[in-house]
Design a protein around this ligand. Structure first.
Ligand SMILES: [Cu+2]
Length: 651
């Protein structure tokens, strides 16, 4: 694989002038070619053979107390037909209702919740075989990062271990903890990356740490706060849902392993409905799946979890097993400890197939009416630029065949519906959209295409500033085929929608200057060894910090702050702050003092993840009203896993 970019050193090496290189001059080396991956050639996979899988609602468990919804959800290894019938099945990690093996699916079934009605979930790590012996990871775990590190024991867990020779991939039991992305929740229920736990397997080596550094503290807090006792191999988290109706998602969130556990399948959606921040039933296209729906129920509100994946010819997921895959250093390294280059971790991952709701390139029969889609980009690294086109192979940028109406994003409804041809969606962002197929003749075929790049996104437009994704593979997502109308569409046309109002976060009393950095190997000139977040000196010099450095963001309880994200790297990064739904203030060139840009039209609601583009400062404001220890991080999860995450505290 060719090096896909020219890397700017972060920190000291990044000259400010270099940051102002126009995006159009950036080297684009990927081209309209198949993205390298496993042994299965993506061009041989038949497209549009498999119906879109409509993710059912997650079955509830018994209610732990009056007014609280209870769930018991486990992570297990299963086999699933992700590739079309006739191709081999794929082993994945999947969430499901612990009492019902048929509910295990990648991605997980959708948790349906009501605003201001708490949901309490017992999350069980059941990554074990039928003899209750632990299963090793499906993918290659790099043990040289700052990671959960169970073999380090209690003294060495959650550390960056040292080695006297380059280690092989870790093959031990899989650490696991779940984060509900976008949730307003206390620290013990937030899925802190050092609050992981191993399965309660029979063969855990006695020298291993079975839980992460913060597990026992949060276990005690959960018992005090809502009376829950955590059994071995589990944690019980409570989501109070005291926030606006919106689309959240749950996913695995372990220190140094999030990219692997999410890629292996541990993700699902969580939809929060009702109350004054939602619309009355019937206003929007619906229903969405509910537990107990009779077979044949027609759905007009459908979550779409979009991911890129690569496969081997035996159906297994492909993920790099060596840094050699990236092609930016001498093959074979040398790696840690002989240089500073991790032996297995790759800076970014781009798959060469597109998978929606756990199926490659599905097809969906739609009625000639409006649909509501809950879009989630659950890719590791890939930014998507989604568009509805009539010809999937049209020259890029393709003409839009239908507009997409954006009505909501991470933190709920926008102030007003926004009509667009393209939805730009970074990893972990959500957009709540309406597509109107009304009036289309039966048999009409439309395609959801992707015009984002097959490489990191730095802003700009497809075909002008970057090469769009390969139209034959990653440039296509799914197909719509128009069928016949089953019943009248009584939903309100999107241009006439009156969306619920919201109260802003208030006036900030403090501004923090924060930096996004990329560190380059001291041995291999163009090879990134990690991303880093940090602060800025008083003279504007970035001060990159590791996960293990002392906490610098200590926020006062109930205070409102502006965070200025200075991006010193060459790529865009989706920055996620736990606990809060923030407002995007503006973006401005870091150097030269050019005018600031207001938020994009689809960013005018509340967000928990924001695209920070290279060479710009991106400003957000948030109110922090829950005390505790949380994290903020890049949601390119390959970056997050290798130092591009920082703890922060409130109160
Ligand atoms: Cu990043």
């Amino acid at each position: 694989m060719v090096t896909r970019r020219q890397v700017l050193g972060a920190g000291a090496a990044a000259g400010a002038a270099a940051l102002l290189i126009p995006a159009a001059l950036r080297t684009s080396t990927a081209g309209a070619a198949v993205v390298p991956g496993g042994t299965l050639d993506p061009t041989t996979i038949p497209k549009y053979r498999t119906p879109l899988f409509v993710l059912p609602a997650m079955p509830m468990g018994s209610s732990p107390s009056s007014g609280v919804d209870g769930y018991s959800i486990a992570a297990r290894q299963i086999t699933q037909q992700i590739l079309p019938a006739g191709c081999p099945a794929t082993s994945v990690f999947a969430y499901g209702a612990a009492s019902s093996s048929s509910t295990f699916h990648y991605p997980g079934y959708t948790i349906e919740a009501r605003t201001n009605r708490p949901v309490r979930v017992t999350w069980a790590n059941q990554l074990v075989d039928s003899n209750n012996r632990f299963l090793p990871h499906l993918l290659a775990v790099d043990p040289t990062l700052h990671w959960a590190n169970p073999p380090g024991g209690t003294a060495g867990r959650d550390s960056k271990p040292t080695f006297s020779s380059t280690p092989a991939a870790y093959r031990g039991p899989v650490p696991f903890v779940t984060h509900l992305h976008g949730a307003h929740t206390f620290e013990e229920s937030d899925g802190y990356p050092e609050a992981w736990y191993l399965p309660n397997a029979s063969n855990i080596p006695s020298s291993f740490a079975r839980v992460g550094t913060f597990y026992n503290q949060f276990r005690a807090e959960a018992q005090g706060r809502f009376g829950s006792i955590w059994a071995p191999g589990t944690a019980t988290f409570q989501y109070n849902n005291d926030q606006r109706a919106t689309s959240l998602w749950y996913h695995s969130h372990e220190l140094g392993m999030t990219r692997l556990n999410v890629y292996a399948g541990l993700a699902g959606m969580f939809l929060l409905r009702g109350g004054s921040s939602d619309l009355a039933p019937g206003v929007l296209p619906g229903p969405a799946p509910r537990v107990g729906d009779p077979a044949g129920t027609r759905y007009y509100e459908i979550p779409m979890v979009i991911q890129d994946r690569s496969f081997n010819s035996d159906g297994s997921l492909f993920f790099p097993t060596s840094r050699d895959f990236f092609g930016d250093a001498t093959p074979g390294g040398p790696f840690i400890p002989n240089t500073d280059l991790p032996p297995i971790w790759n800076p970014e991952f781009f798959g060469n197939t597109m998978v929606t709701n756990g199926r490659t390139w599905p097809t969906m029969t739609v009625e000639p009416r409006r649909y509501r889609f809950r879009l989630l980009n659950a890719c590791n690294t890939r930014f998507l630029l989604l568009k509805v086109a009539s010809n999937p192979l049209a020259a890029r940028p393709a003409p839009a065949a239908k507009p997409i109406w954006i009505i909501g994003t991470d933190g709920g409804f926008l102030p007003h519906p926004v009509q667009t041809d393209t939805v730009t969606i970074a990893p972990s962002e959500r957009y709540d959209v309406i597509i109107d197929f009304t009036g289309l003749a039966a048999g009409t075929q439309l395609y959801l295409i992707n015009e984002g790049p097959d490489e990191p996104f730095g802003g700009g437009s497809p075909g002008t500033d970057f090469e769009p994704a390969d139209p034959a593979t990653t440039g296509q997502v799914l197909r719509f085929v128009v069928g016949s109308l089953n019943s009248p569409d009584r939903s309100v046309p999107p241009n006439l929608l009156q969306l619920p109002s919201a109260t802003g976060v208030g006036t900030p009393t403090r501004t923090r200057q924060l930096s996004l950095n990329e560190m380059t190997s001291s041995t291999f000139a163009d090879a990134p060894i990690m991303g880093m977040l940090g602060t800025l000196s008083s003279t504007g010099v970035p001060q990159p910090k590791t996960w293990g450095d002392a906490i610098t963001e200590q926020v006062g309880l109930n205070s409102t702050e502006t965070w200025e994200l200075f991006n010193f790297t060459e790529d865009g990064h989706p920055i996620h702050v736990h606990q809060v739904q923030f407002q995007v203030v503006n973006r401005q060139p870091m150097v030269g003092g050019g005018p600031s840009r207001p938020p994009e039209r689809w960013e005018t609601g509340f967000k928990d993840t924001v695209i920070a583009l290279p060479g710009e400062v991106t400003r957000l404001k948030a109110r922090f009203d829950l005390p505790g220890r949380f994290v903020w991080h890049c949601h390119i999860i390959d970056h997050e896993d290798n130092e591009m995450m920082r703890p922060y505290t409130v109160g």
